[in-house]
Design a binder for this molecule. Sequence first.
Ligand code: GDP
Length: 324
Amino acid sequence: MIGARVMTEGLAYSLKGKRVFVAGHRGMVGSALVRRLASEDCEIVTVGRDRVDLRRQADVEAWMDAHRPHAVFVPAATVGGILANDSRPAEFIYDNLMIEANLIQAARRAGAEKLLFLGSSCIYPRDTPQPMVEEALLTGPLEATNQWYAVAKIAGIKLCQAYRRQYGCDFISAMPTNLYGPGDNFDLQSSHVLPALIAKTHAAKISKSPSVTVWGSGKPRREFLHVDDCADALVFLMQQYSEEMHVNVGTGKDVSILELAELVKDVVGFGGEFVMDTSKPDGTPRKLMDVSRLTKRGWQARTELADGVRGVYRWYCEQLLQVT
Ligand code: GDP
């Protein structure tokens, strides 16, 4: 399930023989990056949360000085779905500001050649014309439910730009759309919509429940990218991209939440109905990326949503078998 790439003569930044630090390697994106980087001729370095708390500057600087990576990927972040964002605003803004500022500053101090910072499509204003182009950043007010996370991620983009301008650091930013895949968070209070629907629909099938609750109106539209495609795009950008402007990473296609719920229902094999819980927020009406900056350079996503959801459902069932 790797994204399609055009073979390019002579990479702009080769990872061959390089020490590559993946910050946040236990997360869904970090672990996909470690899987993807295994096929590059590089040394992958990681550190567990028990040894280095990325929110603590002294810890991060000491670790980075000791390991001196050539290249740094920054998928590390405090993440969560619409309810988690809305109910834990301090964690979402503080953790993410600290993690990114510490890693970016420590990477510069330790002489890293290249860094890729990861954000999210929620950086764009709530009412951005669709599909959203990179230039739409900071052109209007943010969606209220995830503004804390969005402000932190916008600051991360600006940090990379500022370090590029003042210190000449080759630090770039990628903004993936909503991601899904193995290793996702299936906890209903803090997860994103896709793992939540898989967990709820599976539970309803097993308990022979007649219905599954879907939050909001079901009308918002979202774009979903498989995390293995995302990791492939991030490695591609690390090798091929070196500009100040952040880059959207997605499929360029979206579905409504109700369409997604129907797809999950088919994959899981659930025969019941959906009940809408309109006491829960809808969030942004639509988040569809314009991905032409990336596709023009020769990369595009390959995993069809239905195939991706089938794969994640298989993975989820395997995990359930392991805990029972
Ligand atoms: P968002 O993209 O930041 O809004 O994050 P989410 O993935 O959490 O939510 C996307 C959309 O799915 C929102 O409109 C939610 O209200 C809707 N949704 C429907 N059912 C659920 C659910 O069970 N969990 C979550 N997290 N969202 C749901």
